[in-house]
Design a protein around this ligand. Structure first.
Ligand code: AMP
Ligand code: TRP
Length: 333
């Protein structure tokens, strides 16, 4: 039987953090054996923030090394860089003709970004979900493992795929589904600053590449309160966030232990944080060591990128030819 196709991407705007790892990469790792997987580095998307050429290059190299260090296997999955596959930009141009200003303006990610960078509300930000849809459907992906924050963008991709199929009355694209391993909810890894998600632009991220000293410092600085005053009290957001992180990186026994202390009003946040920091370090240290090793091997990085580009272009150009035919571009020579 043909394997179903999975695709996901990450923007190379910094180091991979725990949110990326547990929201996205961990799902990729569990899928690479059973699915036809495409994992890519969304360098065109990252241009919305106007990186310098140096930052763009080092960001792409870093994320590539980090994907590999996490255990994504380039022999099993296709790992590629978005800009190495020009077909995607062509499909993006076609899809833009059927994407409407109103729906693009209403996306929360656009509204968030417009708020975060009010001096740079460019058209790329507005049509970000269109490019993301092109990324996904050019490989006819069935599943897209992403974190909760990408839910709406993925919904837009589904909409654009359906619209195209309907417009040309042909099932060119499968409708991509969100995917979480084990069928659970999409994950949202919280930040340590009391509210919201962990993210690069939020400035609250713990990176996989972070050294132990810096991890301890960040965790110890996490926002808490003066402690519970009543037994079995509901946890405020900042405290719940620490527990959510602990559930992700620590054993169930550890979580139960600190939960019990909280419920008895005996918790000392300092102890919880120390434990949490060490458990994060245990998770990230081996990955960090591999990142360092892989970053030293330029020839290997180049080989992986080249192999991925070839495989991704083959798949993308197959779809693009079909799309052009369906749209009605006819060759006159
Ligand atoms: P980004 O770093 O925004 O390019 O995100 C890359 C991938 O990581 C996407 O699939 C996101 O959904 C996922 N991701 C980023 N931050 C988080 C988070 N705090 N929790 C869960 N998933 C996340
Ligand atoms: N928008 C995603 C993010 O910021 C990155 C991304 C771009 C992506 N294209 C994609 C994710 C296609 C999944 C599929 O996290």
């Amino acid at each position: 039987m043909n394997k179903q196709t999975v695709l996901s991407g990450i923007r190379p705007t910094g180091y991979l953090h725990l949110g990326n790892y547990f929201g996205a990469v961990q799902n990729f790792l569990r899928m690479q054996d059973d699915y036809n997987c495409f994992f890519f580095i969304a360098d065109i998307h990252s241009l919305t923030t106007h990186p310098t050429p140096e930052n763009l290059q080092s960001g792409v190299r870093q994320v590539l090394a980090e994907y590999l260090a996490c255990g994504i296997d380039p022999e099993k999955a296709t790992i590629f860089i978005q800009s190495d596959v020009p077909e995607v930009s062509e499909l993006y141009a076609f899809l833009n003709m059927n994407a409407y200003l109103g729906e693009l303006e209403r996306t929360t990610s656009f509204k968030d970004k417009a708020r975060q960078q009010p001096d740079n509300v460019n058209a790329g930000l507005l049509t970000y979900p269109v490019l993301m849809a092109a990324d996904i459907i050019i490989h006819k992906a069935n599943f897209v493992p992403v974190g909760k924050d990408q839910e709406q963008n993925l919904e837009m991709a589904r909409k654009f795929a359906k619209r195209f199929n309907r417009m040309y009355n042909k099932e060119v694209f499968p409708i991509p589904q969100p995917y979480t391993f084990g069928g659970g909810d999409m994950i949202k890894v919280p930040g340590l600053d009391g509210s919201g998600k962990m993210g690069k632009s939020e400035g609250n991220a713990i990176n996989l590449f972070e050294d132990p000293k810096s991890i301890r410092k960040k965790v110890m600085r996490a926002v808490t309160d003066s402690g519970p005053t009543e037994m079995n009290q509901q946890k405020p957001e900042a405290i719940q966030n620490l527990f959510t992180l602990m559930k992700i990186v620590s054993t169930a026994d550890t979580v139960t232990h600190f939960d019990g202390l909280y419920n008895n009003c005996e918790i000392r946040y300092g102890d919880l944080k120390k434990h949490l920091a060490e458990d994060i370090i245990a998770y990230t240290s081996p990955i960090r060591e591999r990142i360092i090793e892989i970053l030293e091997d330029d020839a290997y990085l180049a080989k992986v990128a080249k192999m991925g580009a070839e495989k991704a272009r083959e798949s993308a150009s197959r779809t693009l030819n079909e799309v052009k035919d369906v749209i009605g571009f006819r060759k006159l020579f």
